[in-house]
Ligand binder design. Structure first.
Ligand SMILES: O=c1[nH]cc([C@@H]2O[C@H](COP(=O)(O)OP(=O)(O)OP(=O)(O)O)[C@@H](O)[C@H]2O)c(=O)[nH]1
Length: 613
């Protein structure tokens, strides 16, 4: 299992592929990498003559493509992804650089130049690590290139034109696609085949291994292992995600979006350094599971005590200053702050403690992307439910506590508001990704079922100027929805309709949407509801489902599935969600053209169209 740990180095990072090339997307996703695709807008027009060699041109273009995306994403959200990957493939023959042909004549010129000769294919790759400090984007670029030699047969005019007329050359460097019809033109290849197709996967993995696993000098002791929550004085040792490897993003003060994670002891990564650990592995997954709740409680407690609010937009503060502001003991506060730093939620320096970017963005109570309400919900009703899990199991009760299951019509106004605050935070965070996972412009009316505060509805109308959106939810929720604001302007195209999903008829719409709602529903209820919706849909109407991705998939992609089956740290109580399962379910319910996409690194979004009966 040397393969997945290499790609797994990027597992908990938000990775973006800055390329529109379907081949690059396929090569990287086949390798198990999880990423978003944001095509670069950088125009490939660098002056070729100013580069000493063709590969230098490809590398610089790859770098500019990636930096353009990092910069644009940073400008847009004031938050860049953790890693942006850019690539550029060119063909070099007789001192000339060939890119994609602009038209058939250009393709003809390129292919006749390659006929009967050897040429080089270079792909330049840039891996850009990003972090944001004081609102400024900081980048660290690793770049490399790979060269492959390709020899073409002599091509007759007839063959040449037949190939050009197939249309295949037009979006390909040098005017051919070696992976398809163009393969028939090729006599031999020396070097990495995938490099010709557009991405040198082998070299990329070596580069990741180098970046994240700088070999230790001989005789250097192995890094110290820690429990999830280390002794206060040792938290600095936890700066790397898996212990032992170097992480450029962190080394440069960078921050992991999913950074607050307990540490597991090193296991097989030693193989990457050529050091094979012959000892049987310790049950890292088990220990992590036993300990994991402490990390959650630290985060939830720091949120509740408003530690992240106190530190937001302020310079580093001492434990004494923070203790004064949150009205707590100095010793207790110091310990809490140290553990928050160990978990990657705070930065600690000689001058004191300050928020990481993630903490300011998501854990302080104000701000558009705050998840403070969700933290309070977990610390309150959810925590309470899991405290009595043993009793629920003995009595055969649902894991969600009865009062929560009963729904808002049985809750106090405060409990309903607490639930809505949690839902609102999560919706605001994910709305843009859900709204743009697919092109929804063909629809003119949508209904967000269980749409709560209307956060997604407002994003949808902002994104689609011709769309009317109905938010359908229980009367107790709709009554309070006006108390919540979104960054979008209130719109007359958003309507709130009270009703009960399971008994009332649904408002008419040509697109129905569910978002983060179905994951804990029992199978029979889910099937019943979706069949009812399918029954209310006219042919051509859409159903869009967006759910948080299950822990299993993430872990499998990273190789963490080495753990004993069934041991998962996250996703407890969730219905296992896989796009494949929902695709099949939607197809059984009469939806066709079902497409699945991954959005924001956290969501699966599935869209189907009601087939004629
Ligand atoms: O044999 C093959 N050779 C090349 C390709 C494809 O050609 C293009 C190369 O173009 P470029 O590197 O500029 O990348 P774009 O497609 O324009 O996408 P970006 O958004 O990244 O600029 C590339 O798609 C190769 O896959 C091929 O398919 N076969």
């Amino acid at each position: 299992m040397l393969l997945r740990p290499v790609i797994g180095k990027l597992q908990h990072k938000r990775v973006v592929l800055a390329s529109s090339s379907p081949r690059r997307r396929e090569i990287l996703s086949n390798a198990g990498l999880r990423f978003e695709v944001v095509p670069s807008r950088f125009k490939e027009k660098l002056h070729k003559g100013s580069f000493a060699a063709p590969h230098a041109y490809a590398v610089e273009t790859a770098k500019q493509k990636a930096l353009e995306v990092a910069d644009r994403m940073h400008q847009k959200d004031l938050r860049a992804p953790d890693v942006v990957i850019g690539a550029d493939t060119i063909v070099a023959v007789g001192g000339l650089i060939l890119e994609k042909p602009v038209d058939k004549q250009d393709a003809y010129r390129m292919l006749s130049r390659l006929s009967g000769k050897e040429h080089s294919v270079f792909t330049g790759v840039a891996i850009v690590h990003c972090c944001t400090r004081d609102g400024q984007l900081d980048t660290e670029v690793s770049e490399f290139y790979e060269e492959t030699t390709v020899k073409f047969s002599e091509l007759s005019e007839e063959l040449l034109w037949e190939y050009i007329d197939s249309g295949e050359p037009m979006d390909k460097a040098g005017g051919y696609g070696i992976q398809a019809l163009g393969g028939m033109l090729v006599e031999y290849v020396r070097g990495d085949f995938l490099n010709v197709v557009g991405f040198p996967l082998n070299r990329f993995c070596k580069e990741l291994a180098r970046l994240y696993h700088a070999p230790r000098a001989p005789g250097t002791p192995r890094p110290v292992q820690h429990d999830s929550i280390p002794a206060v004085d040792t938290f600095e040792d936890l700066s790397d995600s898996k212990g032992g490897g170097s992480d450029p993003a962190r080394a440069s003060g960078g921050l992991q979006a999913g950074g607050a994670r307990p540490q597991a002891p090193r296991t097989q990564e030693a193989d990457l350094n050529g050091v094979t650990d012959s000892q049987p592995g310790l049950p890292a997954g088990l220990l992590e599971l036993m300990d994991g709740f402490k990390a959650s409680k630290v985060l939830l407690t720091a949120c509740k005590l408003q530690v992240f609010d106190v530190l937001k937009d302020r310079g580093p503060l001492s434990a004494t200053d923070v203790a004064r502001e949150i009205d707590a003991s100095v010793g207790g506060t110091a310990r809490l702050l140290d553990v928050c730093a160990a978990l990657g939620l705070l930065d600690k320096s000689d001058r004191g403690y300050s928020n990481t970017e993630t903490a300011s963005l998501h854990l302080a109570s104000d701000g558009e992307q705050s998840l403070h309400g969700l933290a309070a919900y977990h610390d309150g009703p959810v925590w309470g439910a899991f405290t009595h899990l043993g009793r629920a199991v003995r009595e055969g009760a649902a894991w969600t506590p009865e009062p929560l299951l009963q729904g808002p019509h049985k809750w106090s106004t405060e409990a309903t508001l607490q639930f809505m605050r949690a839902s609102h935070g999560l919706s605001k965070l994910t709305a843009q990704h859900v709204a743009t996972a697919f092109d929804l412009s063909p629809f003119t009316s949508a209904c967000h079922l269980g749409g709560c505060t209307g956060a997604l509805a407002h994003k949808l109308v902002q994104e689609y100027p011709h769309l009317q959106v109905t938010v359908f939810d229980l009367p107790e929720v709709i009554k309070l929805a006006g108390d919540f604001q979104t960054d979008a302007q209130p719109s007359e195209r958003v309507h709130f309709v009270p009703g009960d999903l399971s008994s009332d008829s649904l408002p008419p719409a040509d697109l129905y949407i569910f978002c983060s709602l179905l994951h804990d529903w029992p199978d029979d209820r889910l099937h019943g509801l979706l069949s009812r919706i399918s029954g209310s849909c006219k042919p051509g109407a859409g159903l869009l489902l967006a759910e948080l991705a299950p822990a299993e998939e993430e872990e499998e992609a990273s190789g963490a599935a080495r753990r004993p089956p069934g041991l998962r740290t996250r996703g407890v109580g969730r219905r296992p969600w896989s796009p494949g399962q929902y695709r099949r379910l939607l197809q059984r319910l009469g939806f066709q053209d079902v497409q699945a996409a991954r959005a924001g690194g956290l969501l699966h979004v599935v869209l189907g169209t009601r087939a004629p009966p």
